[in-house]
Design a protein around this ligand. Structure first.
Ligand code: DHE
Length: 559
């Protein structure tokens, strides 16, 4: 994995912020300064996403040298990496666990696994804060608004353009959905994460794990980055203002470290406000690192739904007056992660992944609509909506830790759906899949439902996707081995089939093959009706493709 320059700066700042040595460190294995630097970099790149910078745990377990917690009955449990010890830690990191931790023996060398096992027995370093001024100082307008085109200067069908994450090169490929040609490859943040579209569909916002937010103008003859800002040291989420009258006006990006979100002008990324998310969990305990997980823009109010991972608080941030910001705080369940709208776009459903729950927010009333128990570690991406023949409108989530896709009944104001009201917010069906599923997808014009399984330990399953006929879910699923279908030569690394995404007309499904960090890979395009391969998009630049964001579907939240 290559760190971009901003990533390296972030890491060296993290490195420079070594916390004071506590007594515990005397008992922990010693590391030289060079080893500590190396371990910090690996921790930031590979571990912090799940375990947190302060190692208090979220999707992953707590990795502090010592921890103790009081149960509801008052009993105190203690644990920690020092208690686990070197050899047990090496086994956990190398081989993974049943709890959902993946094996790192094909990602890290034996020496790196030994090093990381020593490192996490030492006290975590506390990285520096990142102020409004830091954000402002990092802000760059590359093409000012008055020098940008007044109309679309290329002849691409922008609605069907795809922004494709090239994870480990820190780039996105803009691929023409009609011709399947790569139109631009744009340098973005380190281990770039997601793309979102402005309400007008003109601008693409791309966030990197290093907190670098890039704004791409699709109207340029050759679409390119027109503005950039660094919103923190570690980030995952971004969205824009989509309510009528505020189209393209603001952007918001969420940071993992420091735990805060930043509101910016939509067309220049000029920072306007930074808001900390530190505070109390839904259990009433203070948390120093409540990271910003998914963010989504409402269509029915000038609001963003901002999901705070560790506290389990869902914020409805009203952007109609950002100088006097009003926020509604809704308590749900801890460890909020990813989620999406129901079909009516009134309810936002978000996975509280390590709590095995889905929280549903009613954005019309500003209240929690439901907290639904699901299987182990739900991971919906944005989920998928369809009308079930027996239960009416449902929203679907897959799971990392269980072999089912869960269908939850969602309310509908349509007269013909009145009879399904009795099922609302209940799990109405579990469809048999395999563990390790990250993303599910369908399209209003499709009869098919797609699910991947890139985190499954079995190579064939990780390289395949499953497809169901939504009219009859009892029919056996079709399993497509995307790696084989791609015709790419065999590689040492697994080619994980990940993130199904529809074309704008709902007739094609694009699947990425997330391969080795330097291997040429591909996006495989299937005909949604026949499930046959239509095109394999491959190129020397196609390295570690993962998320794909169709302009029209992302702009309108169609899934
Ligand atoms: Fe993601 C969405 C966080 C690892 C691909 N990922 C999200 C969102 C969050 C998140 C909070 C929701 C953003 C939103 O909607 O505003 N992801 C994290 C992590 O913390 C985690 C577990 C560990 C890490 O260190 O980053 C993580 N994610 C991954 C990957 O390894 C994936 C599979 C490959 C990659 O490119 O890095 C990956 N995440 C994605 C994708 C989405 C996403 C493709 C958007 C899905 C969508 O359809 O909207």
């Amino acid at each position: 994995m290559k760190a971009g320059s901003i990533g390296i700066i972030a890491l060296s700042i993290l490195a420079g912020a070594a916390g004071s040595a506590l007594a515990q460190e005397a008992k922990a294995p010693e590391l030289t300064a060079a080893e500590k630097e190396q371990a910090k970099k690996i921790y930031f790149e590979r571990c912090a996403g799940c375990h947190g910078v302060l190692r208090k745990g979220a999707t992953g377990k707590n990795l502090e040298p010592h921890w103790s917690k009081k149960g509801k009955d008052g009993a105190v449990t203690e644990g920690g990496t020092l208690k686990l010890g070197q050899s047990r830690l090496e086994k956990i990191i190398g081989y993974g666990t049943d709890g959902g931790m993946v094996n790192f023996d094909d990602i890290l060398t034996k020496e790196e696994i030994t090093l990381m096992s020593k490192y996490i027995q030492n006290t975590p370093d506390v990285p520096p804060e990142y102020s409004f001024k830091d954000t402002l100082d990092s802000w760059k307008v590359i093409v000012p608004v008055d020098q940008r085109p007044k109309k679309q200067m290329n002849n691409y069908n922008l609605k069907n353009m795809f922004s494709v994450t090239l994870r480990d090169t820190g780039e996105v490929a803009l691929i023409d959905g009609d011709t399947k040609e790569i139109r631009s490859v744009v340098k973005t943040g380190y281990a770039v994460h997601i793309s979102r579209l402005s309400a007008s569909g003109r601008y693409v916002y791309v966030i990197g794990r290093d907190g670098r937010l890039s704004l791409i103008d699709l109207w340029m003859e050759k679409p390119a980055v027109v503005a950039e800002v660094k919103i923190g040291f570690d980030a995952r989420s971004v969205d824009t203002s989509k309510f009528a009258g505020f189209e393209d006006k603001y952007a918001i990006a969420g940071s993992y470290w420091p735990p805060q979100y930043v509101i910016m002008d939509g067309d220049t990324l000029k920072p306007r406000k930074v808001v900390s998310t530190r505070g109390m969990t839904v259990d009433g305990e203070y948390h120093p690192e409540p990271r910003v997980a998914s963010i989504v823009a409402s269509f029915i109010k000038p609001e963003w739904v901002v999901n705070i991972k560790e506290t389990g608080q869902i914020l409805l941030v009203d952007y109609s007056d950002i100088e006097n910001l009003k926020t509604t705080t809704i308590a749900s369940a801890k460890f909020l992660h990813d989620g999406g709208w129901d079909a009516s776009k009134r309810y936002f459903l978000v996975a509280a992944n390590a709590s095995n729950k889905i929280a549903a927010v009613d954005t019309k009333t500003g209240k929690l609509a439901a907290l639904v128990d699901v299987a182990k570690i739900p991971h919906p991406g944005r989920g998928a909506n369809f009308v079930h023949p027996t239960y009416g409108p449902v929203w679907a989530t897959g799971h990392l830790g269980a072999d089912v896709v869960t269908l939850i009944s969602t309310p509908s104001e349509k007269k013909e759906h009145a009879k399904f009201k009795q099922f609302n917010w209940k799990v109405v069906q579990e469809i048999k899949h395999v563990p390790g599923n990250l993303f599910v997808k369908t399209h209003p014009k499709s009869r098919h439902f797609w699910a991947d399984a890139p985190q499954n330990p079995d190579k064939d399953l990780a390289e395949s996707v499953a497809v169901w006929d939504m009219a009859d879910l009892s029919k056996p699923k079709a399993v497509l081995n995307v790696a084989k279908d791609s015709g790419l030569p065999p590689t040492k690394a697994v080619k994980r089939a990940v993130h199904p995404e529809y074309s704008a007309d709902g007739k094609e499904v694009w699947i990425s093959l997330w391969g080795g960090k330097t291997d040429q890979s591909a996006v495989v395009v299937y005909d949604d009706e026949t499930l046959k391969v239509k095109k394999v998009i491959t190129d020397p630049k196609m390295i570690t493709p993962t998320g794909k964001f169709n302009v029209y579907n992302t702009q309108h939240d169609i899934y």
